[in-house]
Design a protein around this ligand. Structure first.
Ligand code: SF4
Length: 354
């Protein structure tokens, strides 16, 4: 996408046109190696590309070493306040450390950069509206968009002064409009990869909407290289699924299934809600570029079905017409619709699941 520079996080490339990667973060005690690895594998199973793990204590960076050995995806160590944890994490093998310059001393940043350079690890400069430096808060009075962007630029130039360019930047805010404005402004000032996110987006439903607006608006403008949807949820898979859905909605996720289904109305002749939900679940882990349409009647049903790889629309009460690659292939009774559609999905995708 937009960034002119590219960094590598293990096998995942970020920036300079690389596919936009989806991240999440574990919420286990990092010292509980089994629980943390279980969560990492869960996130991976729904398509997570990179995972972040908090490392607040020395014990956690020791545990990180074991976690890294078994993780199927690259790990970013999340560091606040004690820069020594960043150095221990890099030594343990983390491919990237997320640091918050607002709570990291200058001397600590120098040491982190030396360790990252020696180990070919990258850094994420994570600017948050809630933890700007005192200088900038004094200058601007509050965490304005300009204050957030200035903090990002100052810290980027600081790493450049240390001859270090292996980093990405985030400028998160819990205010969606501010977050969009900050990334737009920053994207004009730096060439580094940008990590997108609305910080502390909230509980599941409002968090989804805020993230879709914030992250989606930027991606639609070709801004952003990697993303995390931050939700107050127990199941971190929700964040990965939401991130992937944002990419899918913008046509930015290769080999994914796009389901078109109608909102239903008085003309609805088949169980659109039940069918679309079951088909969505069935296709969740399918790696195949497919468009599937489920519509309740002929009004828009024929057009959408002809434009889909697999399409169905209500034809008479409890009866549907099934289409494959734009051609009507059979009439199906309500009770057989899901079985018939799954069979077609398997046929078209050759059961190519990851
Ligand atoms: S496609 Fe038909 S059933 Fe679905 S919302 Fe439109 S008119 Fe109603």
């Amino acid at each position: 996408m937009t960034s002119k520079k590219q960094i590598n996080l293990g096998q995942v490339k970020i920036g300079q046109g690389a596919p936009i990667s989806v991240q999440t973060m574990t919420n286990t005690d990092t010292c509980d190696i089994d629980a943390t690895l279980f969560q990492i594998n869960e996130a991976y199973s729904v398509g997570c590309d990179i995972i972040r793990v908090s490392c607040p204590t020395k014990e956690s960076t020791i545990a990180l070493k074991d976690i890294l050995r078994s993780s199927p995806i690259p790990i970013i160590a999340d560091i606040h306040f004690n820069y020594k944890r960043a150095i221990e994490s890099i030594d343990a093998g983390a491919v990237c450390v997320r640091i918050n310059p607002g709570n990291t001393p200058e001397s600590g940043i120098r040491e982190i950069v030396s360790a990252a350079r020696a180990n070919e690890a990258s850094i994420r400069i994570g600017i948050n509206s809630g933890s700007l430096s005192k200088d900038l808060l004094d200058k601007y009075g509050e965490p304005t968009v300009d204050a957030i962007v200035e903090s990002a630029v100052i810290n980027a130039r600081h790493l450049e002064d240390l001859n270090f360019e292996n980093f990405k930047i985030s400028v998160k805010s819990s205010n969606v409009k501010d977050m969009i404005d900050a990334y737009r402004k920053l994207s004009k000032l730096v060439d580094y990869p940008l990590h997108l996110g609305v910080t502390e987006a909230g509980p599941y439903f409002p968090g989804l909407i805020k993230s879709a607006i914030g992250i989606g608006s930027l991606l639609a403008d070709n801004i952003g290289d990697t993303l995390r949807v931050s939700l107050s949820t127990k199941d971190i898979k929700d964040e990965v699924k939401a991130g992937r859905q944002i990419l899918k909605s913008l046509g930015l996720l290769k080999d994914s299934v796009n389901i078109v289904s109608c909102p239903t109305c008085a003309r609805t002749l088949i169980d659109v809600v039940g069918i679309s939900h079951e088909i969505e679940e069935y296709c969740e882990r399918l790696q195949k570029q497919l468009k599937i349409s489920v519509l309740g009647c002929v009004v828009n049903g024929i057009g959408e079905a002809m434009d889909a790889d697999i399409g169905i629309h209500g034809f008479q009460e409890g009866v549907a017409k099934l289409y494959l690659k734009g051609k009507e292939i059979k009439t199906v009774a309500d009770k057989d619709i899901i079985t018939e559609m799954k069979a077609l999905i398997d046929k078209v995708s050759s059961n190519n699941k990851y």
